[in-house]
Design a protein around this ligand. Sequence first.
Ligand SMILES: *Cc1c(COP(=O)(O)O)cnc(C)c1O
Ligand SMILES: [Zn+2]
Length: 415
Amino acid sequence: MEHVLGLGCMICGRQYRPDEVAYVCPHHGDEGILDVQYDYDRIARTIDRAGLAAERDFSMWRYRPLLPVAADAAVPPLAVGWTPLYPAGRLGRELGLQRLWVKDDGRQPTASLKDRASALAVVKAREQNAPVITTASTGNAAAALSGLCAAVSQPNVIFVPANAPEAKITQLLVFGSRVLLVDGTYDDAFELCLKAARTHGWYNRNTGYNPYMTEGKKTVVFEICEQLGWQAPDRIFVSVGDGCIIGGLHKGLKDLMALGWIDTMPKLMGVQAAGSSYLYQAWQDNEDVLTKPPVTAVTVADSISAGLPRDRIKAMAAVKETGGAFVRVTDEQILAAIPALARATGVFAEPAGAAAYAGLVKAVAQGQIDGAEAVVVLNTGSGLKDVSGAMKAMAQDGTQGEKIAPEPGLLKLET
Ligand SMILES: *Cc1c(COP(=O)(O)O)cnc(C)c1O
Ligand SMILES: [Zn+2]
């Protein structure tokens, strides 16, 4: 893996060889998030845009030379990545935007963007012959790990808050994971999982802890740029919980800038739920995320409920360094965004996915966006992940099915 130069601490900048540290900077404990650093000259000799245009592997692994894995590493057989980027003209016109796209990562094997990170976790764990992989999760990272492990018969243990949506917990059980339902919050589950991994020597996939998860997630922005013919959009809207996805977008864009494959850096727009808006608050008040204490997190968008965003350093850098912004939306706005997005594009998002669109609506209303900008909204998870969330959205929307008797004579429907 000569293309990986090392791992750099996001706090102190110390550099480590990949075999020198397990997950975090030893000088900064659990907060010492590392960033994978590459030799771009070497990478540029093995992959280019023309080669990609001819590449028949329509999965995240088409970008393998830009990922921290060996050229010949076996990858899980589930088809992760290369999700559709839909032009959303009608939705754009409603908002006065001329160029709008929706990238639909609800179309992943386990129905969320987390598959990108979990696929990479499985490869890294196998490098070390780890007996077990573990993670804590609000649901989707767990489901992703669960499904990807099932695909390669890898034992795994999942820590999930007992109040996670039933569909998400069921998904774990279906895939055959060992599921530990923590009577507490996601933050409690996270701490417990870190301890378990240390005690038992399990491979730790935790977000904002394992430096490779950002690397898996960055593949979504490689796809967005490739699907747009290597014309980077002006802005990307993404919902933010722990901040790993937005950090991944930033990392992927920096990779593409370093390679000279795109010329401009899109502004990253991080959308948070009003009830879980640690990063929004820190950004707004210019607070230091290393010292800001956790907030209480309550939102209908369970996937972005995080009292102490684990990847807050990378998330803050993503917004600040790209000249983007954090946007805060209420649960009501998130629920309203589910049918609005679905009816104009056919993309059914879970609350956290729809939140990205709610953030766009709000940013437009606040006059933050020019109508000529190229804008991408990233849907991070399928609506089928959280049917009770969608039911709340429909109750708020007021639409219902209409009961009719099974008699054709009574059919006087207007369409
Ligand atoms: C995990 C997740 C997010 C947020 O990602 P972070 O890396 O935690 O910020 C958003 N939407 C969905 C559907 C998710 O599963
Ligand atoms: Zn450090």
